[in-house]
Design a protein around this ligand. Structure first.
Ligand code: AMP
Length: 364
C-alpha cells in the first residue's frame, strides 16, 4: 500500500515515520529534493502545475493526503477522479480561506471573533467602525505563523495596514480583537465510517503569532466537552476523514474558535510519545480505513518548538523524558527547525524540564 502526500515538509516526514511500521510506503510530491521528508520517503518531483505528472502521481498511490492547506485545490481536482483524497476538497476549500471558515463557524453556531469581509480601503474603514480597536486585518489565504496579519490600534494604522496587506492581496478580513486568557487546540480524528476520536485539549503559548510551546493537559477541565462537540460538528459537516486541529481562544465566556487546520498540527506533535496513538498514525489509520487507535494521554507532557535555532542535541537529551526532533531544514529567522517533546516520569519534573529545554533553545 502506498500513501501519496502533497508536500514533503516536517509533517510529511512524521507521517512517513508513522506509516512505515504499518507496512505503508510513502510517496511525497515535491519540487525541491532537499526537503525534510526526503530521508524517510520516496519523492515524486514535479512542478505543482504539471497536470500530466500529477496524473502519474495519483496512479502510483492508493490514497492521497496533504500536509498544508495552502495548496491549489485544482491539484486535488485532478487527482480525485483517479485516487481517493482525504480530507476532501470541500474541507480544503473552506479551511484554506479564513472568511469561509468564519462562515462555517457561524453556520454551526460555534462562537468566533466578529469578522468583516474587506476588499477595499473604504470597506476597511467601515469594518473598523463596526469592530473598534484593536482589530486585526488578515489575508483570507496563505497566512501562517502570524504572517499576513496587521494589528490596528488606531486610525493612523488603517492606511498603513492597507498599504502593507491590501496592495498585495485584496481578499482580506478584519477581525475584532478577542480578549483571551489562554489559547488551546483540540486534535481530533474521524474515520471513513464516521467514528470520531478526540485528544485531550492542548494549551498553546504563542509569541509573534508563532507557536512556542504546548502543554497537556489544560488546567480548565470543563472545556474538553465543548471543544469535542464543536470538533464533531465541524468534522460531520465536512464529512471529514483524517486528523484535524481546531484552535480556540479561552475567554471568560468560554471557547471562541479561531481557525481550523485540515491536517496533523504542530500543537499535536506531543502525541507521538504523550498519547497511546499519535496524531500521525491515526491520520494514516483513517485514510486506509483501519480501526482508529486510543487517543488518551499517557502522562502530562509538553512540546517546545525550536524556532530560528536548534538547541544542542546532547543538552536536550540530557533532560530525562525529552525527545529531540530535527527537520533537516536550513536555519532562518522565525523558521520552525525542530521540536522537543517532554514526557517526564512525574508531573513535578515537567515544569522544570520545560524551563531547562527553553533555556537551551534560547542559549544557542
Ligand atoms: P492565526 O494565524 O489566526 O492563528 O493568528 C496567530 C495568533 O495571533 C493567534 O494564535 C493569536 O495569538 C493571535 N490572534 C489572531 N487573531 C486574533 C484575534 N482576533 N484576537 C486576538 N488575538 C488574535
Amino acid at each position: 500500500m502506498i500513501l501519496g502526500i502533497i508536500g514533503a515538509g516536517q509533517l510529511a516526514q512524521m507521517l512517513a515515520l508513522a506509516a512505515n511500521p504499518l507496512g505503508i510506503e510513502v510517496l511525497c510530491l515535491a519540487q525541491d529534493p532537499e526537503v525534510p521528508a526526503a530521508p524517510v520517503a520516496q519523492l515524486f518531483q514535479c512542478a505543482p502545475n504539471d497536470a500530466e505528472a500529477l496524473q502519474y502521481f495519483a496512479e502510483a498511490v492508493d490514497v492521497v493526503t496533504y500536509e498544508n492547506e495552502n495548496i491549489d485545490a485544482n491539484i486535488l481536482q485532478l487527482i480525485e477522479p483517479i485516487t481517493p483524497v482525504y480530507p476532501s476538497i470541500k474541507a480544503l476549500r473552506i479551511t484554506q480561506d479564513r472568511l469561509l471558515e468564519k462562515q462555517l463557524f457561524s453556520k454551526l453556531n460555534i462562537p468566533a471573533a466578529p469578522t468583516s469581509n474587506v476588499t477595499s480601503e473604504e470597506e476597511l474603514n467601515a469594518a473598523v467602525k463596526e469592530h473598534g480597536y484593536p482589530a486585526i486585518l488578515k489575508t483570507r489565504r496563505f497566512g501562517y505563523d502570524g504572517k499576513g496579519q496587521y494589528l490596528l490600534r488606531n486610525n493612523k494604522d488603517i492606511t498603513l495596514a492597507w498599504a502593507e496587506l491590501g496592495g498585495k492581496e485584496s481578499k482580506l478580513i478584519l477581525e475584532g480583537f478577542v480578549k483571551f486568557n489562554t489559547e488551546v487546540s483540540i486534535i481530533a480524528v474521524r474515520d471513513q465510517n464516521g467514528v470520531c476520536k478526540f485528544y485531550p485539549l492542548c494549551e498553546n503559548c504563542h509569541s509573534e503569532g508563532i507557536l512556542r510551546y504546548t502543554t497537556i493537559p489544560v488546567a480548565k477541565k470543563d472545556l474538553q466537552k465543548t471543544a469535542e462537540k464543536y470538533a464533531q460538528q465541524i468534522m460531520e459537516h465536512l464529512d471529514y476523514v483524517g486528523t484535524i486541529a481546531i484552535e480556540f481562544f479561552v475567554t471568560s465566556k468560554g471557547l471562541i474558535a479561531n481557525e481550523i487546520a485540515p491536517r496533523v498540527h504542530n500543537s499535536g506533535h506531543w502525541t507521538i510519545e504523550g498519547a497511546y496513538t499519535s496524531q500521525f498514525e491515526n491520520h494514516i489509520r483513517a485514510l486506509f480505513n483501519f480501526p482508529l487507535g486510543l487517543t488518551d494521554l499517557v502522562a502530562p507532557c509538553a512540546m517546545v518548538n525550536m524556532i530560528s535555532n536548534l538547541a544542542k542535541r546532547e543538552e536536550i537529551l540530557d533532560i530525562q523524558g525529552a525527545h529531540y526532533y530535527t527537520y533537516g531544514k536550513h536555519a532562518r529567522q522565525n523558521r520552525k527547525l525542530g521540536h522537543v517533546t517532554i514526557v517526564p516520569s512525574n508531573n513535578d519534573k515537567l515544569k522544570k524540564a520545560i524551563e531547562l529545554c527553553s533555556a537551551h533553545i534560547r542559549s544557542v
